[in-house]
Write a protein that binds this ligand. Sequence first.
Ligand code: IDP
Ligand code: MG
Length: 152
Amino acid sequence: MANVNERTYIMIKPDGVQRNLVGEIIGRFEKRGFKLIALKLVQSTVEHFEKHYADHKGKTFFPRLIKHMASSPVVCMVWQGLDAVKTGRAMLGATDPLQSPVGTIRGDYALAVGRSTCHGSDAIESAEYEIKLWFPEGVVQYTSALETWIQE
Ligand code: IDP
Ligand code: MG
């Protein structure tokens, strides 16, 4: 069932931060109607990204992926709202930017699969895992004045 308080973990990758796409990507989630409940810029470690991408361990691209992710800061966020996980993925586009429709983040800003600018949780369970991994301190609860103008 659709959940108006669903949460997704969105992370602007090192290439997205270096290319000054932080404001653009945050703006898309704000304008779509999602509520920001956690945000930080971090230079993280190989070990932490190995946990984040644990499902991909053993794949040929894994070492390159981890090296890239730990090479420069990332922006970690939690966005909340109706169907946040599925809609967040739709806003990103496909894993391969070349398969991503224009109008999506990857379809507008990326070319290479290993430089796709932004991560988004692919399921509710992975969102819960990723939110705990990146925000062990917890997220912020607050009332948004816009809520009744966005949610029915
Ligand atoms: P996703 O980011 O769309 O969820 P995943 O399959 O979870 O895609 O892969 C994680 C990340 O690993 C991708 O965002 C991409 O940067 C990288 N990646 C995935 N598949 C490949 C590949 O075939 N070659 C190189 N990098 C890949
Ligand atoms: Mg994924």
